[in-house]
Design a protein around this ligand. Structure first.
Ligand SMILES: [Zn+2]
Length: 635
């Protein structure tokens, strides 16, 4: 008897141990697939659906599907929606509804008009219809308006398009979507998914100030695609930053991140978007969409750096997948790169605490130095973007968008009087010029530019004298002009025999204001020499327990439990140094269990006539493979 039980138990254990992650589900997040109305429309045909679903679900574990009822005037009928719900319910997969409020996506994302009565009526009907089927409904990217019909022109009146549309869509959220949906189904949770162009939302009426309070939840578009060969030119870091930003807008109410398979030149880029979404601690990740997840794996996305055991190992991804029944499945669809990417990071995500970064403030509906925070993140400075001024923070980084707060200068002054550090960009200083910022320090930032490839670092950690470092290509920087002995160059650039500040500082009350010169082309931040970037990091990230010393396009993700991730987006291997607080003498690689010991250094400058400062940091040298990350615990 006992023997038999042991035998049965043994068999059960063997079965479970051979289950792939795709069958078990992931420990640290849920996975959803979004199904467009065009595909849901075909789900009445069970054979059509079953063959596709069996294929997808053998490649990636899926906890939930979003079944869209409307897109581009396609409305799925009741019978089909019920058939699809039944299909997934029988397989233990959660269902939620989806709505895309587009008239014709391919016509420059033609949205609904929210001024004309008949169009408003249709918006409301779709919300009511969908809430009748589901207890959760998500709106895909398009609950905005770009309509400039005569009704909208008339309704706008003297207001700006942004002001008009912000107000219009706030009302539409409450009166045409959330209110009517809840009237039909009081239990329904209505979620708005915002896309990746957060800097420009106000122009089309996405209202980040009012709407997250109206909707039960928000959701984040973390797709960044190729930073160069797409019209948006979004930086990789945004897949992390935007989730954190939206989480700060609705704490605990940001349901997940959302990634599609569009516009990538190599498969690692897809994995990077999924990983950064999860590094931001998104509880759920949605794959857009069912059609693409059923599509074949393109054969031209294997990157030239493959074969070096990088974080996304293409050959590993293409290996047969073990299924629960003992059979194996071959990677066939785009669901597999997702499944493989999830398995890679699920092993350690649970060991990471809450993400932390340098606090930066972006007032609601603000713009200026668009998306710059992501470039700073790509330079190895962890960013934590928020909609409220973080007065409790010891260090605050502000870009031009902060000018939308009319009290920004007073707020900066207060931080400095309280002994806290503020770093502002040249763009913010320029925007506030003549509006009282001279009260802190008198600078002149006009339209004059300098073009240079030489940068001067006047000291380094080891107390050596200054040295000139060259950038890969010339960089166009604003000329910051200042009054001698009133404020000071911390990092300079040299041009035709003279120089200008790159990082400049001015004492005020108990603290110091720093001004960072931002190149005309933000991408030139990546061309700054590593030694110069490191000196900028030493100021901006001075309060972080770990900092990076190395070139750009290596990002640092820091957590509040002494763990961190270093990820390189470079096509070649890179050596970087980790500068950790002196209390940390060892770094443990969470993936490989390798242990690294540090070398103590003093980072404070030796002041004239004073003894050399004692070591305050430990330096650890690490190498990172192309498009790869390493995960560490500080001990
Ligand atoms: Zn209109």
């Amino acid at each position: 008897m006992c023997k038999i039980i042991k035998l049965i138990l043994g068999t059960i254990i063997i079965i479970f141990s051979t289950f792939p992650a795709s069958a078990k589900g992931y420990q640290n997040f849920k996975v959803a697939i979004y199904c467009r109305a065009q595909e849901v429309n075909q789900m009445g045909d069970v054979n059509w659906l079953k063959s596709r679903w069996d294929e997808i679900s053998s490649q990636v574990h899926v906890d939930k599907v979003y079944l869209e009822t409307h897109r581009d005037v396609v409305l799925v009928d009741e019978k089909t929606i019920e058939a699809a719900k039944k299909f997934f319910r029988e397989r233990g997969v959660q269902t939620a509804g989806g709505i895309t409020y587009t008239i014709l996506e391919s016509n420059r994302f033609q949205t609904f008009c929210y001024s004309k009565p008949e169009s408003r009526k249709r918006v409301k009907e779709i919300a009511e219809y969908t809430a009748g089927f589901f207890d959760e409904v998500i709106l895909d990217d398009f609950f905005f308006t770009n309509c400039k019909c005569e009704s909208c022109i008339k309704a706008k009146g003297d207001r700006s398009w942004s002001d008009f549309r912000l107000d219009l869509m706030k009302g539409a959220a409450r009166n045409l979507v959330v209110g009517p949906a809840k009237a039909v189904n009081p239990k329904v949770k209505v979620v708005i998914k915002y896309p990746n162009w957060y800097e420009h939302f106000q122009g089309c009426g996405f209202n980040l100030e009012a709407q997250p309070k109206i909707f039960d939840g928000i959701y984040t578009g973390t797709e960044t695609r190729d930073p160069v060969y797409t019209d948006q030119h979004l930086q990789q870091y945004e897949s992390y930053l935007i989730f954190r930003y939206f989480e700060n807008i609705k704490p605990g109410g940001n349901g997940g991140g959302w990634v599609d398979t569009g516009a990538m030149k190599y498969m690692d880029r897809y994995a990077e978007q999924l990983w950064l979404t999860l590094f931001s601690k998104a509880p759920e990740i949605t794959l857009f969409d069912f059609r693409r997840a059923s599509g074949p794996i393109p054969d031209d996305l294997k990157a030239p750096w493959q074969g070096q055991k990088t974080s996304f190992d293409y050959d590993e991804m293409m290996k047969p997948i073990k299924l629960p029944d003992g059979e194996t499945a071959n990677p066939t669809t785009m669901a597999r790169p997702a499944g493989y990417s999830f398995e890679v990071v699920d092993k350690f995500l649970g060991k990471l605490g809450n993400p932390v970064g340098v606090k930066s403030y972006k007032p609601y509906h603000s713009t200026g130095e668009d998306f710059l925070h992501n470039f700073i993140g790509m330079c190895g400075i962890p960013m934590d973007l928020m909609p409220q001024f973080p007065e409790e923070a010891n260090v605050i980084f502000l870009t031009e968008s902060a000018k939308f707060d009319k009290d920004i200068t007073a707020k900066i002054k207060k931080q400095l009087v309280d002994g806290k550090t503020v770093i502002i960009t040249s763009g913010l200083y320029k925007a506030m010029q003549g509006k009282g910022i001279e009260d802190i320090v008198e600078l002149q930032i006009g339209d004059e530019k300098t073009i240079t490839n030489q940068f001067w670092r006047r000291r380094d950690f080891w107390g050596r004298s200054g040295k000139v470092y060259e950038s890969k290509s010339p960089i166009v920087l604003p000329e910051i002009k200042y009054l001698t002995n009133d404020s000071w160059e911390e990092v300079s650039c040299l041009a035709s025999g003279i120089g200008y500040p790159v990082l400049h500082s001015a004492d005020y009350a108990k603290s110091r204001l720093y001004i960072l010169a931002i190149p005309d082309n933000y991408g030139d931040l990546y061309n700054l020499p590593a030694e110069i970037l490191t000196q900028i990091r030493d100021v901006v990230a001075k309060d972080m327990y770990v900092r990076l010393d190395g070139p750009s396009q290596v990002a640092l993700f820091v957590y509040d439990n002494d763990t961190f991730i270093v990820e390189s987006f470079r096509d070649e291997p890179v050596d970087v140094k980790i500068i950790a607080d002196i209390r940390f003498t060892k770094l443990s690689d969470i993936i490989t269990a390798e242990e690294l010991s540090g070398e103590p250094i003093a980072t404070q400058p030796r002041l004239f006539g004073r003894p050399a400062p004692s070591p305050d940091k430990n330096v650890f040298k690490i190498s990172i493979k192309p498009h790869s990350f390493r995960v560490f615990k500080c001990e």
